[in-house]
Ligand binder design. Structure first.
Ligand code: AMP
Ligand code: ZN
Length: 463
């Protein structure tokens, strides 16, 4: 069995991506904290790892893909207080908005979208295990902390020795920790904050423990792959590993993948820097699909710089693919050639596409292979046979589908009324009734369509 290679953040090497169970991948992706619309940077892991999932499925695997919703967090509580409402109202609202964006970006629905607040039992059970094993301790103010120094492997993912971490570690006001390196797995609630009962008093989970609990509940103690943006390597993922491995006594995630930053003016796009563009706003200007194309146009580990112009150029690139695909349909309908050279070219493009994706999900090269195929189609379709063209259209759709692109085909299908008018115009021309033909042409133009007369007959194009 041949497997794709991925760059594993844990080993810092490209490795063959071999699942625990052949033909089945268990993947967990850290999802959004729902207190606002997602921005273009947040959409990067969403689109990149959806494409990984599509590719693994395309190669014949079953994928269990879990992406969580962080629906309790300081930022959600703050927003709720600002609006004079409760945290759950904010969380539900922005979860819905997140799903709208996911649909717009053609993201396949995850196997599960677990919410943190629906996993309080699992979270508390991990915390109890950690306390029982001496890896965590409750404090007098109702917090529970993880005893970082007790974990001999701490720092394994971020490749940081404890001494380096010590210099940056602080004890914040109100925290009662044994050691500045320790981190909260449970936070005792302050007055007016949402709280759940626990053996350590009313409180709410720390952020890191949520993912340990949701990954275990939905995918098991050991998962194949854990993904997220590179900003999550430390401390979020490092802490997830510490909690899960100390509680469960086994490897948490066998592989780790992290996407690079989406930047703006060479700085990370983020809500805290207030340099962000929401997916919703960009989509309102150019549509969703150019955003997906843009996010896949670079290698996922490289930084990607956002400008409005780049996304607009992505829209233009996509239009070239749409036009090519429409021309292919037209060529199939009017095929008179007998050539099959195009099929060979299409098979070669598919091989290139697969080689690129196998090499650490190189979507940039995969897109290049699709454009190469488009060029061959434009050059060779006139001389190709109907069978060849049909097979090539299948390959084109297959590759575009793996990238989750060209999903708006057929959405602006030519209405029947327009097709009827075009036929009446053709009949009028045949009868040399030029006045009538011109009148119908003008009527079509008013409706937003042009009829081009091609050697194979009239072709309707949306203006
Ligand atoms: P957050 O809601 O901030 O927890 O982020 C949700 C996901 O978006 C995480 O996987 C982050 O790593 C990722 N993310 C946030 N900002 C960026 C960015 N500028 N570029 C790439 N990924 C990002
Ligand atoms: Zn997480």
């Amino acid at each position: 069995m041949q497997h794709m290679k991925i760059f594993n953040t844990m080993t810092r090497q490209k490795e063959e991506f071999i699942p625990m169970k052949e033909g089945e991948y268990r993947i967990y992706v850290c999802g959004p904290t729902v207190y606002n619309y997602i921005h273009m940077g947040n959409a990067r892991p969403v689109c990149v790892f959806d494409t990984l999932r599509r590719y693994l499925e395309y190669r014949g695997n079953r994928v269990l893909y879990v992406s969580n919703i962080t629906d309790i967090h300081d930022k959600i509580i703050k927003k709720a207080n600002e609006e004079g409402t409760t945290y759950d109202v904010i969380a539900h609202r922005y979860e819905e908005e997140y799903f709208k964006d996911c649909r717009g970006l053609n993201v396949e629905p995850a196997t599960a979208y677990p919410r943190a607040t629906e996993h309080i039992d699992e979270i508390q059970s991990i915390i109890s295990d950690l306390i029982a094993k001496g890896f965590a301790y409750p404090t007098s103010n109702g917090d529970v902390y993880f005893r970082t120094r007790k974990d001999p492997h701490y720092g394994q993912l971020s490749h940081q020795p404890l001494e380096d971490l010590e210099s940056g570690a602080r004890i914040a006001v109100g925290e009662i920790k044994e050691d500045p390196l320790d981190f909260a797995v449970w936070k005792g609630s302050k007055p007016g904050e949402p709280a759940w009962d626990s053996p350590w008093g009313p409180g709410r989970p720390g952020w890191h423990i949520e993912c340990s609990a949701m990954a275990r509940r939905h995918l098991g103690k050991t998962i194949d792959l854990h993904c997220g943006g590179v900003d999550l390597v430390f401390p979020h993922h490092e802490n997830e590993i510490a909690q899960s491995e100390c509680a469960n006594g086994c490897t948490f995630a066998r592989y780790w993948m992290h996407n690079g930053f989406l930047n703006i003016d060479n700085r990370k796009m983020s809500k805290s820097l207030n340099n962000f563009f929401t997916v919703r706003d960009v989509a309102a200007e150019v549509g969703y699909e150019p955003i997906r194309f843009f996010l896949l146009s670079g290698h996922y580990r490289s930084p990607l710089n956002y400008t409005k112009e780049i996304v607009e150029s992505c829209k233009a690139s996509l239009e070239r693919l749409y036009t090519c695909r429409d021309n292919l349909d037209f060529a199939i309908a009017h095929a008179s050639g007998s050539g099959d050279a195009l099929l060979e070219k299409a098979n070669a493009a598919r091989d290139k596409f697969i080689a690129a994706m196998d090499d650490d999900l190189n979507t940039a090269d995969a897109i290049a292979a699709l454009f190469e195929l488009a060029r061959e189609i434009n050059t060779l379709s006139a001389e190709s046979s109907k069978e060849t063209l049909t097979a090539v259209a299948g390959i084109f759709d297959e590759l575009a589908g793996v990238l989750g692109l060209l999903y708006n085909r057929g959405k602006d299908e030519i209405p029947q009324q327009v097709k009827d008018l075009a036929e009446q115009r053709a009949a009028a021309r045949k009868a040399k009734d030029w006045a009538k033909a011109d009148a119908i042409r003008d009527q079509l133009a008013e409706m937003g369509y042009v009829v081009e007369d091609t050697p194979s007959g009239p072709k309707i194009v949306k203006k």
